[in-house]
Ligand binder design. Structure first.
Ligand code: PMP
Length: 365
């Protein structure tokens, strides 16, 4: 008999998620450009809703998040019955894998995509299948080729983290069309609100019209509510039903629900955040392009961060040290196969000015 509880072997195959840092190697507090948070903070309306909610801490939250689902449905022209909320979209990504895949099944996703997909696959005993990408972008042909009889779930982050690349609607549709109806396609649009509104996005249309598409979104990014842990997903009733069966019954706090409703009502804050991001991301991209002769290049981004590659004399870790000396934490992802790259969140204007100066200085040194 075992003398201690034995964990599942497939659980021990999981490498725990490594969150973005907020301190330097020697323990100094750094400004975080490592977790893709909104540098403008949170809408004042959402903060006011949060402050009000503190008086009601003894009561359980609404288990159905009804008001929040209605508000989401209204903004995005969706059916509230086809929406489920989660403890961040992380919970929903995990539930999607757990609901539709298990031991003996495969969960497919692109190389250099969101680290939670592998954890979500392994958590339910499924085999993660990592498909090579092309130019740091999901390669639809390669993904379709990698599908087998055992494939049950396909994850696509669009825009993708950590690369920032975005797959246009025609490519997303082509991926969907190539999958059999028995495969669940999870379109993770955590950064969807950062995409230029003039671009069409395929996710919601596919989720409305097909039984095998789930779109996930979050209040953690442009809505500036990462601390509250609120995400949501929309898809066919059969998928939503499965997620409702296995989610935590009170998985979104009352404060989180109230704050998210208020945040949705402040679309001006969202538009300002998107515009700030577009402007500062462009300024950072231009500055990086000017350092091209030092082997530095930026992967084109539609998100609120840029993946920067260091292929010259200045290494990614030396650049990270320079930015740390300037007071900033950025993300180095050697564990995700990106030892030569850093992911830099688009911060406040003054942060971007200092980040650019520190990189220029490091190149001259
Ligand atoms: N998807 C992607 C692509 C992300 O980058 C993140 C946050 N790092 C999430 C989902 C999860 O965010 P949350 O759980 O805060 O909604």
């Amino acid at each position: 008999m075992a003398n201690a509880p034995e964990p599942k072997a497939y659980i021990l195959g999981i490498e725990a998620y490594v969150p973005g840092k907020s301190t330097s190697g020697d323990g100094r507090a750094l400004t975080k450009l490592s977790a893709n948070e909104n540098p403008l903070g949170t809408s004042a309306a959402a903060l006011a809703a949060l402050a009000q909610d503190r008086e009601d801490a003894a009561a359980y939250p609404d288990p159905q998040a009804s008001e929040l689902r209605d508000a989401i449905a209204q903004l995005h022209h969706l059916d509230p019955a086809r929406i489920v909320c989660g403890t961040g979209s992380d919970e929903l990504l995990n539930l999607a894998a757990q609901g539709f895949a298990g031991v003996g099944d495969e969960v497919l996703f692109s190389r250099h995509s969101f680290a939670v997909y592998e954890i979500a696959a392994r958590r339910c005993g499924a085999q993660p299948v990592i498909v090579p990408d092309r130019d740091f972008t999901a390669d639809v042909d390669a993904m379709l080729e990698a599908v087998t009889e055992r494939t049950k779930v396909v994850f696509l982050a669009n825009p993708n983290n950590p690369t920032g690349t975005w797959l246009p609607p025609a490519e997303v549709r082509r991926l969907h069309e190539g999958l059999s109806p028995g495969v669940l396609l999870v379109l993770d649009e955590a950064y969807g609100e950062y995409v230029d509104p003039s671009h069409q996005q395929a996710g919601f249309d596919l989720a409305k019209t097909h039984a095998n598409v789930l779109v996930t979104r979050t209040f953690s990014k442009i809505y500036g509510l990462a601390a509250e842990r609120v995400g949501w997903a929309t898809g066919a009733p059969g998928i939503i039903d499965v997620l409702n069966r296995i989610r935590g019954p009170f998985n979104v706090t009352q404060g989180g629900q109230k704050a998210a409703v208020a945040a949705l009502s402040d679309q001006q804050f969202v538009a300002e955040s998107r515009e700030h991001n577009r402007r500062e991301r462009q300024r950072l991209a231009d500055a990086l392009a000017a350092l091209g002769n030092h082997g530095i290049s930026a992967v084109p981004s539609e998100a609120n961060f840029i993946l920067v590659r260091f292929e010259g004399a200045l290494s990614a870790s030396a650049a990270q040290d320079a930015m740390s000396d300037a007071g900033y934490a950025v993300r180095h992802l050697p564990g995700q196969g990106l030892p030569d790259a850093l992911r830099i969140t688009v911060g406040r204007s003054e942060d971007m000015t200092r980040i650019i100066a520190s990189l220029q200085g490091a190149c001259r040194a």
